[in-house]
Design a protein around this ligand. Structure first.
Ligand SMILES: NC(=O)c1ccc[n+]([C@@H]2O[C@H](COP(=O)([O-])OP(=O)(O)OC[C@H]3O[C@@H](n4cnc5c(N)ncnc54)[C@H](O)[C@@H]3O)[C@@H](O)[C@H]2O)c1
Ligand SMILES: O=CCC[C@H](NC(=O)CCC(=O)O)C(=O)O
Length: 488
């Protein structure tokens, strides 16, 4: 069934004024959603609505904003099957995985409330003259840009804290996943969110550019690729007053050291490299093997062909779905060919599968002999292996990247982990855990090209309001002693 695509601006569902576009089910090619890009007229309306709603929304007592967030949580809970189904159909994720995404959306509400109370509660200390206080005020209108790979959870992780802190939001989802955004916003409407507090504008890159350029925005919360993040950073270079939080990609390293349980290590590597068909910012892209560690590699190569790849409706459910599009598969295959052409040795070839043009099997390539290894994020199920001669060299290799989102170590030896912790440059550092599956109760963000030091996760709330420092005296009176040279 094709859904009629709409924007939600000032509490009304309207069509975008630009050219039409569609979203497709990558497993079947079926058209799921058909609507229009938003133009500057639509964006002006969304900004006006956000501005008009801002004062009243920010002025509501916190518990009233929380009531509406909780009502949204109840809607998510009630509609979790249909929302998970839409995620699976639009992104291609297996249904078991889309259900975990909706669960993460629900959990974001109490987590953000805790984060607000723990990190941004007003503080007051009594003074002789009265009091010294810190309180927090919202920025105003926050633009939220979502990536395709977590069409529910990632943008929700920005929208919830932004609204909780009293901002209004203009939300532009990925042009690959407009249906999930529309269905999510329908749940906000059902939850009774007042008009103008959240405005959905559908569209592609041009719509995004026009939102960033709009004079009314006070903040941009962006999750996506490095090129887009850099473009936004440049567009805002002369507007330092606009808050910019960038959550970008990674070229994440996972070191596998000596372990007693080979299968537990292989399972952790698989969860790190291939979950969501490798389309997570946290996926391990580089498997680093100190002293060769041939046993782990042999077992991994044995297990990979048994991983199941299929469509979301398949019974039994597959481990991996298709990539988001056939062109995403083209890109991974090109990256594999390029690595081979410069000296990479294919251990398990990633291949397009007969299920459909967006299906690809997981692959492994040994890139140890490539002198200048490309430091790029491969956004799909292709894992690069680097063998090193020592554990020290393995850590140096892990750090040999412009990115720095996640780094992992699998090892039985706690002293190795202590060394790894001390030397590794990364926002998330895991031991005997997959690189994927971050906790919403912790900060989430990277160093280097992976972001701009405004972490999401539990710390997202910090980017959603501004501390105000206030000295106040209820009675205006002269002090006992005036400054030298002043007489009154
Ligand atoms: N660090 C994180 O938290 C995190 C989480 C998920 C995904 N990602 C990254 O996202 C990427 C995959 O997502 P994607 O392909 O949807 O990313 P993308 O950069 O192509 O698109 C993300 C969003 O930005 C918009 N956009 C693109 N160019 C823009 C511009 N110049 N101005 C304004 N908006 C613009 C897109 O329309 C989309 O809404 C990967 O690199 C992945 O690592 C990072
Ligand atoms: O693709 C990138 C997101 C991956 C995902 N990250 C989170 O869930 C962040 C945690 C949060 O904000 O709640 C993962 O780690 O798999």
């Amino acid at each position: 069934m094709t859904h009629e695509g709409k924007n939600w601006i000032d509490g009304s569902w309207t069509s975008g004024s630009g050219e039409s576009f569609s979203s497709l089910n990558p497993a079947t090619g079926e058209v799921l959603w058909n609507g229009c890009h938003s133009t500057s007229d639509d964006i002006n309306s969304a900004m006006q609505a956000g501005r008009n709603a801002a004062e009243q929304w920010a002025g509501l007592p916190l518990n009233q904003r929380i009531e509406i967030l909780d009502a949204f949580g109840a809607e998510l809970d009630q509609h979790q099957d249909s929302l998970a189904r839409a995620i699976s159909e639009e992104v291609g994720k297996p249904y078991w995985e889309s259900k975990t995404e909706v669960q993460a959306m629900i959990a974001k509400i109490p987590t953000s409330i805790d984060a607000l109370k723990e990190r941004r509660s007003p503080i007051e200390s009594p003074q002789k003259f009265g009091s010294a206080k810190t309180w927090y005020m919202p920025h105003g209108i926050m633009a939220v840009f979502g990536p395709f790979n977590f069409p529910g959870h990632i943008s929700n992780g920005h929208i919830i804290p932004a609204l909780l802190a009293g901002n209004t939001v203009v939300f532009k989802p990925s042009e690959l996943t407009p249906l999930v955004a529309q269905k999510t916003v329908e749940l906000w409407e059902a939850a009774g969110l007042p008009p103008g507090v959240l405005n959905l504008v559908q569209g592609g890159r041009e719509t995004g550019v026009a939102i960033v350029d709009h004079p009314e925005i006070n903040g941009v919360l962006f999750t996506g690729s490095v090129p887009a993040g850099i473009a936004i950073s440049k567009a805002l270079a002369a507007r330092p007053e606009v808050l910019l939080a960038l959550e970008l990609g990674g070229n994440n390293a996972l070191i596998v050291d000596q372990v007693h349980d080979l299968d537990a290590a292989v399972y952790t590597v698989i969860q790190s490299a291939y979950v969501t068909s490798g389309q997570r910012c946290t996926c391990a892209r580089r498997l680093i093997l100190p002293d060769g560690n041939q046993k782990i590699l042999d077992r991994l190569i044995e297990v990979i062909p048994t991983l199941t790849v299929g469509a979301c409706g398949d019974d039994p459910e597959p481990f991996m779905g298709p990539l988001v599009s056939s062109s995403a598969v083209d890109q991974v295959l090109q990256q594999q060919s390029h690595l081979k052409s410069i000296g990479g040795k294919i251990l398990v070839e990633a291949r397009r599968l007969p299920n459909g043009p967006a299906f690809i099997s997981p692959g492994v390539i040994d890139v140890t002999d490539i002198a200048e290894r490309p430091d790029e994020e491969i956004f799909g199920p292709l894992l690069q292996v680097v063998r090193t001669s020592s554990f020290d060299e393995a850590i140096a290799e892990a750090n040999r990247t412009r990115f720095g989102l996640v780094a992992g170590l699998i090892s039985d030896d706690s002293s190795r982990y202590e060394l790894f912790q001390r030397r590794i440059r990364s926002g998330l550092v895991n031991w005997n855990r997959p690189t994927t599956g971050a906790s919403g109760r912790l900060p989430f963000g990277g160093v280097g090209l992976s972001g701009n030091h405004r972490p999401a996760g539990f710390f997202m709330i910090d980017s959603c309001n501004i501390p105000v420092a206030s000295l106040s005296a209820p009675v205006l009176e002269l002090p006992d002693q005036l400054l030298p040279g002043v007489e009154l």
